[in-house]
Design a protein around this ligand. Structure first.
Ligand SMILES: [Zn+2]
Length: 288
């Protein structure tokens, strides 16, 4: 794929997310355990922060600088400690667009592929304010770090939602942050243009289930249990098996979508994001 082709979808995702939420809900901050807080509302995905001994760790950055600043104001109500670290679960605009609302010079961690996606997207002159926030700490394999007196394990289990999804585990609190690897009540979202894969998602969720954690925080749902993650994994496996069986019966994509009760999406085909069943079909039929 040419450089141009990889750049455009990344831009669409970020600008699309910016346009999608003109009036965000107010932020709500909930204490989980062991100094860990879960932030809902504002623009963009859920975020989290951990109050450490002298500093604060933030996970994901909201969509807009205003929402990021609102989160910083909430943190300041709870602790005088400054934010020192930002951990990014992946490159989507609703997780990274608010970075420019943070002070400069923070230590930002992301997977190498996430950093690449961000670099490509931030070339857009409209996003130049985000360029100083490209993650300098690039993660390619599992790392266990002591940040602000907090043990933080960064895991990379392979491509799934994108090709750069980090899972953050706090072993002492038994909390895992899984970004957009676990959607509940809607189909998983797979960004094929960012190297995402539904078959990879099965592998990654299986590995997440082996973590010693009892609370799983995702970008777009309430906190989850292992049972809910297992249910999600099983439902994805079932869908993949059904699509595979229908392909083996010689069914077309349209027939398979009909078998899942899906109707043709409105709008020009070129602008439509393929649904989960179509993604599975593409993966199972593409030439290796
Ligand atoms: Zn995402």
């Amino acid at each position: 794929m040419s450089k141009k082709n990889t750049l455009i979808p990344a831009l669409l995702i970020i600008t699309g997310a910016l346009a999608a939420q003109p009036q965000p809900a107010p932020l709500s901050v909930q204490s989980l355990k062991g100094g860990v807080y879960w932030v809902k509302g504002g623009s963009g995905a859920n975020t989290e922060f951990i109050i450490g001994k002298k500093q604060v760790i933030v996970i994901d950055a909201k969509t807009s600088p205003d929402s990021a600043k609102a989160m910083l104001a909430e943190i300041a109500k709870l602790t005088p400690n400054p934010v020192k670290y930002i951990l990014l679960t992946h490159s989507d605009g609703d997780h990274v667009g608010g970075l420019s609302g943070f002070p400069r010079g923070l230590t930002i961690f992301a997977h190498t592929n996430t950093r690449k996606d961000m670099e490509a997207a931030f070339k857009d002159p409209k996003m130049s304010a985000l360029l100083p926030y490209l993650p300098k700490q690039r993660v390619t394999a599992d790392r266990s770090l002591n940040m602000a007196g907090v043990r933080v394990n960064l895991h990379y289990f392979g491509p799934a939602h994108t090709s750069g999804d980090l899972v953050v585990l706090l072993p002492a609190q038994k909390i895992a942050f899984v970004g957009d690897l676990a959607f509940i009540g809607r189909d998983p979202l797979i960004h094929r243009q960012k190297g995402g894969t539904s078959l990879g998602l099965v592998q990654v969720l299986s590995t997440i289930l082996t973590l010693d954690a009892d609370t799983f925080i995702s970008g777009h749902s309430d906190p989850l249990t292992k049972t809910e993650i297992r249910g999600l994994l099983n439902s994805i496996r079932d869908k993949q098996a059904k699509v595979k069986a229908l392909i083996e019966q010689g069914k077309s994509l349209e027939e398979i979508k009909t078998a899942f009760g899906l109707t043709a999406a409105p709008g020009p085909a070129g602008q439509r994001r393929p649904g989960f069943i179509e993604i599975i079909y593409q993966e199972l039929t593409e030439k290796k």
